[in-house]
Ligand binder design. Structure first.
Ligand code: ZN
Length: 392
C-alpha cells in the first residue's frame, strides 16, 4: 500500500482538494482520496509527502510515434510531402535494435513529462515491446501502408502477421490496435480490408486524417504533390470528389465506432457531424499542426458536437518533445480545463475512461506530481520515473 499526501490533489472529476491525500491499495488501485485528515493511514502503507506538490492523474498522450524518438531534430524539410518522404528514408536506414532503444527512450521521456498512457502508432512493434518491457500503459496501433491497390493482399497479410507477433505482449495495460496510415499511403481496397480485419479481430483503429491541405487535394481532386508522387510510382490516382473524412466514411473505416482520428484539421461542419455520427474520437495535435503549417483544427466545434477529444504531441520529429502541457497551451486551454483535457478527456478518446484519467476510488493509480500545474517536479513512483505508483 502507498499513501501520498500533496499540497493539492486534483481528482479532475471532483473539485481540487488542498492538503489532500490518496491511498493506493496493494493491487495498484485507488482506495481512498480526500483531505489528508480524512484519508486512512494504515500502518503498513509506505508514505510520500509533497507539501508543495500538485498531485494529478497521469496525463494521456493521444498521439505519439515513440519508435521515431531517435529522429528528433533530424528532419528539416518544410514541405509536408518531402518531410514524410525524408522520415521514410531515415526509417529505412534504422536498424531494428535502434527502434527499440528509441521507443524505450520515448516511454521514459513520456513518464518524465507526466504522461502515463500513450496512444502510439508505429510500424516496427518497438513501442509495444518497450511498453511491455517497462510495464507502461498504452494503446499501440500497428501501422500498415500500401498505396498501390495491387499490393493490398500483401499489405494485409503483413499486418496480420505483425498483429500475431505482438499479441503475446497485449494486456489490460497494453492494448493493440491497427492503423491504416493515411490517405496518401493507403489504397481504397486496403482501407476496406483493414477495416474488416479490425472488426473481425475486435481491434481499435487509428488513422491520420484530414491533416494537410495537400491530402485534401489528393482525395478531392486527385491532384497535388501526393498525387504526383503516387503517379510517378505508376500508381493510378482518381479524384474522389469528397473530403478525406467523407472518403473514409464511404470506405467503412469509421463504421466500427472505435476509430481514433488523428489531426482532423481540414474539416468542415459536415465532416464534424460525420465524425460525431460515426462515434469517432479525435487526437488533437495543435503543436504538430502548427509546426507543419497545416492550420488549426476546430477544437471548439469538436467539443460542442460532443466528440471525445484528447491531445497528442505527435512524434518528437514534428514537435521536439512529448510535453503535453505545450499542446494544452497551443490549444488555448488553461487550468482545470487543460488538466481535464489532458487526463479524463484523453482517456475517453481512447475508451479507457473507466480505468484511468481521474483520481477516483477503484481506478488505476496512474498518478503524477507537478511542482505547479504546468511543470513536472516528480513522478510519485516507487521506481524511477514511473507514473503507476501502485504497480506490483
Ligand atoms: Zn502522426
Amino acid at each position: 500500500m502507498l499513501r501520498i499526501r500533496a499540497g493539492s490533489v486534483h481528482p479532475v472529476t471532483a473539485p481540487p482538494i488542498s492538503d489532500g491525500a490518496v491511498l493506493v491499495d496493494g493491487g495498484g488501485r485507488i482506495a481512498a482520496v480526500g483531505p489528508h485528515s480524512h484519508v486512512p493511514a494504515p500502518r503498513e502503507a509506505e508514505t510520500r509527502e509533497f507539501p508543495q506538490g500538485v498531485l494529478v492523474p497521469g496525463l494521456v498522450n493521444c498521439h505519439t510515434h515513440l519508435e521515431l524518438t531517435h529522429l528528433a531534430g533530424r528532419v528539416t524539410d518544410r514541405e509536408f510531402p518531402a518531410w514524410i518522404r525524408r522520415i521514410r528514408e531515415l526509417k529505412d536506414a534504422t536498424a531494428a535494435p535502434e527502434f527499440r532503444r528509441a521507443a524505450e527512450q520515448g516511454v521514459r521521456a513520456c513518464w518524465a513529462a507526466g504522461v502515463t498512457c500513450v496512444a502510439d502508432t508505429g510500424s516496427t512493434g518497438a513501442a509495444a515491446a518497450a511498453l511491455h518491457a517497462l510495464d507502461g500503459r498504452g494503446v499501440v496501433y500497428q501501422e500498415v501502408f500500401g498505396p498501390d491497390p495491387l499490393a493490398c493482399e500483401a499489405s494485409l497479410a503483413e499486418l496480420a502477421a505483425s498483429v500475431e507477433r505482438l499479441r503475446p505482449l497485449a494486456s489490460d495495460r497494453l492494448r493493440l490496435g491497427v492503423s491504416p496510415h493515411a490517405p496518401y499511403t493507403v489504397s481504397a481496397p486496403l482501407y476496406r480490408a483493414v477495416a474488416d480485419f479490425a472488426l473481425r479481430e475486435r481491434l481499435p483503429l487509428a488513422v491520420h486524417l484530414a491533416e494537410s491541405p495537400q491530402e485534401t487535394q489528393l482525395v478531392r481532386d486527385g491532384a497535388g504533390p501526393f498525387a504526383d508522387a503516387l503517379r510517378a510510382r505508376g500508381i493510378a490516382v482518381e479524384p474522389r470528389a469528397v473530403s478525406p473524412v467523407q472518403y473514409l466514411v464511404q470506405l467503412g473505416v469509421l463504421a466500427s465506432g472505435n476509430c481514433l482520428c488523428i489531426h482532423c484539421v481540414q474539416v468542415d461542419r459536415e465532416d464534424v457531424d460525420l465524425l460525431k455520427t460515426a462515434g469517432a474520437a479525435i487526437a488533437h495535435c495543435p503543436r504538430s499542426n502548427r509546426a507543419h503549417g497545416h492550420g488549426v483544427a476546430p477544437l471548439a466545434a469538436f467539443r460542442a458536437a460532443g466528440i471525445p477529444v484528447g491531445l497528442g504531441t505527435d512524434s518528437v520529429v514534428s514537435t521536439g518533445d512529448v510535453s503535453l502541457w505545450g499542446d494544452a497551451v497551443a490549444a488555448g486551454l488553461e487550468g482545470e480545463d487543460a488538466l481535464r483535457m489532458l487526463t479524463i478527456e484523453g482517456a475517453r478518446a481512447l475508451g479507457l475512461e473507466s480505468e484511468i484519467g481521474s483520481i477516483e476510488v477503484g481506478k488505476e493509480a496512474d498518478l503524477v506530481v507537478f511542482d505547479r500545474p504546468t511543470a513536472l517536479l516528480t513522478l510519485v513512483a516507487g521506481r524511477p520515473v514511473h507514473g503507476y505508483i501502485g504497480a506490483p
